[in-house]
Design a protein around this ligand. Structure first.
Ligand code: NA7
Length: 540
């Protein structure tokens, strides 16, 4: 879609930033259900959000395909058939393209356009939004659907600019791919992304060197082609499956085990972990009720995973480096993998411990650590993202009286329900900090947010209200709840976690997502709405 000329601003009911899962569904709700004038502005050339950018080798969702999908249209979930247990990035893109086509969403999406600023004008009760390419919008509602993991974090390692080979960040991967044939590849980072990419790069490259700072737990994904009989069963029972996912802590269609890891015998515990290891996937962390809340219970899971890695990895020194854990299992986002640890048994793969001997600099020919120099042709940064706040703070957002969100959040994000910030009227953040978002299966979290925002806008319309803004008190109360929810778990104990902002130098260290569980969060949001949007102030 082409732009309105720079001089003429487009006046709309709502502007949505981002065309991933959130932006697409929010557009559908506001335009097709409420009949509002809405435009989505998207930096990429297509829909997909995080899946549009993360095209690195091995990119695949860690949630299973049959529930990592929209539930709002039964026709669509009956029509669409997933091909694997876990969807690969290209399949998710095909799915979201289909969603965009099916609901005719593209006609209200401006692609290749990046929002640079959004300023609230009090007298008009309107947001003035500008894009890098000269687009101008004047809108009543500003809805950020920017995703949690869309601001790539490339560490400022000295010498990076002098490297003579190619460098890539996994979250900004070239669309035509990277040819690793005959190349010596260095991979920095062993989060979910590095763990997915390493086995695939290893097969293609001459040599792969994995630079590991923090050893990471991983459980086999056990990906398989989709069993047609299973998919038929899912489709026949979709309503119940979706109800179940909405009622669980993490938005997955299974419940957290009822038993404590400490109340069963050692033999029973071992058997239950063995079974969970065979089933594979994120549900491993749900084997017992207290893996995420009790350090001793967690230690049993940690010891089990350690023993599995030691069985898989043949070289004892490599196994030791891979299992020298410094945080409880699942306190950082737990990866699931396909042959990650097996990859270290290949002759063309080596592991470098950059905790023991940190990277000193990047040279024109490779990476120099305190222990030596590694000659490389390609460096892949799987170094994660300036998560949750990064994508919002990249935009110059100014609320009432010109207060910048960057200043309001100088000491960490503060908001109410993860949805609104005091001083920023009529602005909603989908899956913002303070919401369960990344601790939940994302489409479940997103549908809840979008439905809640849509209902709030309906409430305003029905009552002739023009402005909604959370109160300072409600916001401070929510900050306390977010901190308390995190403190009740082991999650804050991973000191280098992106949940804490600890992966980005200089970022305030605040536990960002709401760890009280999706089901509880949903109940809180529903209660707030039922009480006439308690904690929000309205104006006509
Ligand atoms: P993550 O989970 O943030 O992982 C990033 C990795 O990169 C992690 O191993 C980091 O080590 C490492 N890293 C980051 N900065 C550096 C520097 N400066 N030097 C060396 N190593 C570094 O990002 P992912 O992309 O893997 O996953 C993000 C989410 O996407 C994931 O959690 C899922 O929700 C999907 P560290 O642990 O900080 O020592």
């Amino acid at each position: 879609m082409s732009h309105t000329p720079a001089s003429a601003a487009q006046h709309l009911d709502a502007l949505i930033i981002g065309a991933g899962f959130s932006g697409l569904y929010q557009l559908h709700c506001l335009r097709d259900k409420l009949g509002l004038s809405v435009q989505v502005v998207e930096a990429g050339a297509g829909v997909g959000g995080t899946w549009y950018w993360n095209r690195y080798p091995g990119a695949r969702c860690d949630s299973e395909s049959f529930y990592y999908s929209f539930s709002f249209s039964d026709e669509m979930q009956q029509e669409w058939s997933w091909s694997e247990r876990y969807p690969q990035q290209p399949e998710i893109m095909r799915y979201l393209d289909q969603v965009a086509d099916r609901f005719d969403l593209r006609r209200n999406i401006t692609f290749n356009s990046r929002v640079t600023s959004a300023r609230y004008h009090d007298a008009e009760n309107r947001w003035h939004v500008a894009t890098e390419d000269g687009g101008r919008y004047v809108v009543k509602f500003l809805i950020t659907a920017v995703g949690c993991l869309s601001s790539a974090n490339i560490p400022a390692i000295p010498g990076l600019a002098e490297f003579a080979g190619q460098t890539y960040h996994t979250g900004e991967w070239p669309h035509d791919g990277v040819d690793f044939t005959g190349k010596r590849v260095g991979l920095i980072g062993t989060g979910s992304t590095g763990i997915q990419a390493a086995p695939v790069i290893a097969v293609a490259a001459r040599h792969l060197t994995v630079f590991q700072r923090t050893p990471n737990y991983s459980v086999p994904a056990r990906n398989v082609p989709m069993d047609p009989a299973f998919l038929r069963e899912v489709k026949a029972n979709y309503a119940e499956i979706r109800d179940h996912t909405r009622a669980t802590t993490n938005g997955h269609p299974w419940d957290i085990g009822e038993k404590s890891a400490l109340e069963v015998s050692a033999a029973e515990r071992q058997a239950m972990y063995e079974k969970a290891w065979e089933v594979g996937g994120l549900r491993f962390r749900a084997t017992f009720s207290d893996i995420l809340t009790n350090k001793d219970a967690n230690a049993t899971a940690s010891a089990f995973i350690k023993s599995k890695i030691r069985q898989i990895v043949k070289d004892p020194a490599t196994a030791e480096t891979l299992t020298n854990f410094d945080h409880p299992y699942a306190a950082k986002r737990p990866p699931v993998d396909t042959d990650y640890f097996e990859t270290f048994n290949r002759d063309n793969v080596s592991l470098v411990d950059i905790r023991a001997a940190p990277i000193v600099r990047i040279t024109p020919t490779g990476i120099e650590t305190e222990a030596g120099h590694y000659d490389l042709d390609i460096i892949v940064f799987a170094t994660g993202f300036d998560a949750m706040t990064g994508p919002l703070l990249k935009i110059d957002i100014q609320g009432r009286d010109g207060v910048a969100l960057r200043d309001a959040w100088a000491h960490g994000p503060q908001n109410y329900l993860g949805l609104q910030v005091a001083g920023f009227p009529n602005m909603f953040t989908i899956t913002g900090p303070g919401s369960p978002s990344v601790l939940c299966n994302m489409p479940v979290a997103i549908e809840q947010h979008v439905d809640w925002i849509t209902d709030a806008i309906v409430h305003m319309r029905d009552h002739g209200l023009e402005r909604i803004e959370t109160t300072e008190d409600a916001m401070q109360g929510w900050v306390v709840q977010v901190n308390a929810a995190a403190a009740a778990t082991l999650l804050p104990q991973a000191s280098s976690s992106w949940y804490l902002g600890a992966n980005v130098p200089g970022k305030p260290q605040v536990f960002m997502p709401y760890a009280g569980g999706m089901a509880r969060y949903r109940r809180i949001c529903d209660a707030v709405a039922a009480k006439g949007y308690e904690g929000f102030a309205f104006a006509r």
